[in-house]
Design a protein around this ligand. Structure first.
Ligand code: SF4
Ligand code: SF4
Length: 341
């Protein structure tokens, strides 16, 4: 199904949706663009890719898993799982790479171990993605299986055309969404939208060939000097992991509040020293070189080797753009590919 959303109705759509569901959208905030839970009055910002990712729609930065409540001191607590309430979430204006991110790491939560928290959020979320017409120098989605108009993980694709957006449904849920009263008949805009998609694909920089990366990274596994060189600039700040739409590591902590305690899951960061620090004091990844080796090799070697060749990176480029030290994951993978030849 194809409908048209006038640009002037975009905010009205977000305002209306916010009245009946959770809306996660890119908004202007202190000179940046970030995903926020949208409320009327916020300013939607579609012209630049958000620095944060839309991952929170399916995998929040912090979420309670269990609540243990003691009704009386020294008595056994009653323990209850705190599954998120069934409520629709609309991610409005994410990029196709961001929508694809959760499809990449989804098998971790929906495979052998079924994670009911991720499953419910995934089921309840509708992804309305904006086709990218101006790739940034840090974008490489088309090198890792995606593209500026890739529909994977989206329910609707918004294609910017004169005066607004042609909205194309990808899923049945997306088609139902397009019944909203603010969408209009698409008229003859379909051909313009096709041309925009073709131009968007043509505007992408040449693709990188990462096909040899899994084997070549593994071949470099014990090369300490290589990984020390690659990680020399890194300051272990963790920005690359926290902004990444495909990183899914987490920590679980218990928050004891007296008669009520909560078990909380929070994003964790494999670039930090404490990520693998054991209670004994031993740390199997004690240096930046160990940690960067793990991050890059996990995404481009271990993950594809156990998930049918899928690279655990959607090519959004956030880790490159926002690294304060200028570490570029593409360059590291290439270095490993070339070094091993
Ligand atoms: S963002 Fe850059 S400096 Fe910070 S941990 Fe990642 S690679 Fe290192
Ligand atoms: S590794 Fe970097 S480029 Fe790849 S998905 Fe994560 S933030 Fe984006």
């Amino acid at each position: 199904m194809e409908r048209f959303l006038p640009a002037a109705q975009l905010t009205a759509l977000a305002d209306d949706l916010a009245g009946s569901c959770h809306v996660l959208a890119p908004v202007a905030h202190a000179g940046s663009v970030v995903f926020r839970w949208y409320r009327p009055g916020m300013r939607l910002e579609f012209s630049r890719m958000a620095s944060t990712s839309p991952k929170a729609a399916t995998f929040p930065q912090t979420e309670p898993l269990l609540v243990a409540q003691r009704h009386e001191e020294h008595k056994q607590p009653v323990i209850e799982a705190t599954l998120p309430p069934q409520a629709r979430t609309v991610v409005l204006g994410c990029r196709p790479c961001g929508a694809r991110g959760k499809e990449i790491f989804g098998p971790v939560f929906l495979g052998v171990a079924h994670d009911p928290y991720f499953a419910r959020r995934r089921e309840d979320a509708l992804f309305i993605s904006l086709v990218c017409t101006r790739p940034e120098t840090t974008c490489f989605c088309s090198s890792v299986g995606g593209g500026p108009a890739d529909p994977t993980g989206s329910d609707v694709l918004l294609i910017p055309v004169q005066g607004g957006f042609v909205a194309r449904s990808v899923t049945e849920a997306g088609a139902a969404f397009l019944q909203h009263a603010l969408f209009e008949d698409v008229g003859a805009r379909g051909a313009e939208a096709d041309a925009v998609v073709t131009q968007a694909q043509a505007a992408m920089p040449p693709s990188h060939d990462f096909s040899s990366a899994p084997a070549k990274l593994l071949a470099r596994f014990d090369d300490k000097e290589f990984w020390e060189q690659q990680s020399a600039k890194c300051i272990s700040c963790g920005a690359c992991t926290y902004m990444c739409p495909t990183c899914y590591c987490f920590n679980i902590t218990d928050d004891d509040l007296g008669l009520i305690s909560r078990r909380i899951r929070t994003w964790d960061n494999c670039m930090s020293y404490t990520f693998t620090l054991e209670a004994s004091g031993h740390n199997p990844r004690p240096t930046k070189a160990h940690r960067l080796k793990n991050r890059v090799s996990h995404k481009f070697s271990y993950y594809p080797s156990i998930h049918n060749g899928v690279i655990a990176c959607c090519g959004c480029g956030r880790c490159i753009k926002h690294c304060p030290a200028g570490v570029d994951i593409r360059a590291i993978v290439h270095a490993a590919q070339e070094y091993a030849q």
